[in-house]
Design a protein around this ligand. Structure first.
Ligand code: C5P
Length: 295
């Protein structure tokens, strides 16, 4: 039997780090939302083992891959003695701050839950997902949510108003662990105003959402990679109404209210950044067609 599951990327509209925890993780408070840029995971049952292939040369095919680990976890936890063949049709840039690997893992959990009739609830899948990575619980649920704790304590909130998201990823990837490791929590800087962001979302105030975009991890990644700051400047110069780095980076996203403006921003990045996409914000509006421009 075969199953295909969509694995959408996320962006962070806000990201705040409250403190470092005794377990080494950081206590976070962020607003995350799903966008219409997605991988597709095809799952085919086999007699034994886990085989993985991908359309991208950038993803590992063994237990360094989060989708592989998701399958191994399910097989072991529920004593499943069948095998699985996983194909990852990769659209989301790798090591980009868009939770591509986490979303592949979440889609694999959801797909195997169906394929093997495990009867797990969304909460149980999210809990299982946390064993794989901090962003996996959000990816299991999708939509728009405040994420606290390591990222697993989720409160659904109103989705962003319909708009376009232009994404630009510089050539290099970024290690989340290294970015958190280099973060200086004493550094004086502007912190996200969570209440103001939630209010802007609830009132469908696009300009309010743009105004309150904020990510404390920018201080680390923008210093280490000045190109990220230059992409931000360029996106603003070409008309993006709000601009921010997503997660630990290095992908920068720009929010724009009109498709014509999204095209202008994409054109402004041509020749400056190789991976550029324009997609729709999804954040709760499931099922919009994939609509990408790749330069
Ligand atoms: O949970 P995940 O494996 O995705 O996290 C990758 C790394 O990011 C962790 O090893 C940790 O260094 C850092 N991290 C953190 N606090 C979080 C989430 C991630 O310090 N809440």
């Amino acid at each position: 039997m075969d199953i295909s599951v969509k694995a959408p990327a996320k962006i962070n509209l806000t990201l705040d780090v409250l403190h470092k925890r005794p377990d080494g993780y950081h206590e976070l408070e962020m607003v995350m939302t799903t966008i219409d840029l997605a991988d597709r995971i095809d799952l085919t049952e086999t007699s034994q083992g886990i085989q993985l292939e991908s359309t991208s040369g950038f993803v590992p095919f063994d237990d360094r891959n989060l989708a592989y680990r998701a399958a191994a976890l399910v097989k072991q936890r529920f004593s499943v003695n069948k095998g699985i063949h996983i194909v990852i049709h990769k659209k989301i840039p790798v090591a980009a701050g868009l939770a591509g690997g986490s979303s592949d893992a979440a889609a694999t959990l959801k797909g195997l839950n169906q394929l093997w009739d495990l009867g797990l609830t969304m909460e149980e899948l999210a809990e299982l997902g946390l064993e794989l990575g901090s962003d996996v619980p959000f990816c299991v649920r999708g939509g728009t949510a405040i994420a606290r704790g390591r990222g697993e304590d989720l409160t659904p909130i109103a989705p962003p108003p319909p708009c376009w998201v232009v994404l630009a990823k510089p050539q290099h990837g970024v290690s989340t662990a290294e970015v958190f490791g280099a973060l200086n929590l004493d550094h004086k800087q502007e912190r996200p105003d969570l209440d103001a962001m939630v209010q802007a979302l609830e009132t469908r105030n696009f300009h309010g959402v743009c105004h309150h975009l904020s990510n404390v991890l920018e201080q680390v990644t923008l210093t280490a990679y000045p190109k990220v700051a230059r992409i931000k400047e360029r996106m603003s110069a070409f008309g993006a109404e709000g601009v921010l780095m997503s997660g630990s980076g290095p992908t920068v996203f720009g929010l724009v209210s009109r498709e014509s403006l999204a095209r202008r921003v994409v054109n402004g990045l041509r020749g400056f950044c190789r991976q550029v996409y324009a997609v729709r914000m999804m954040g709760g509006l499931e099922g919009l067609p994939l609509d990408q421009i790749r330069t």
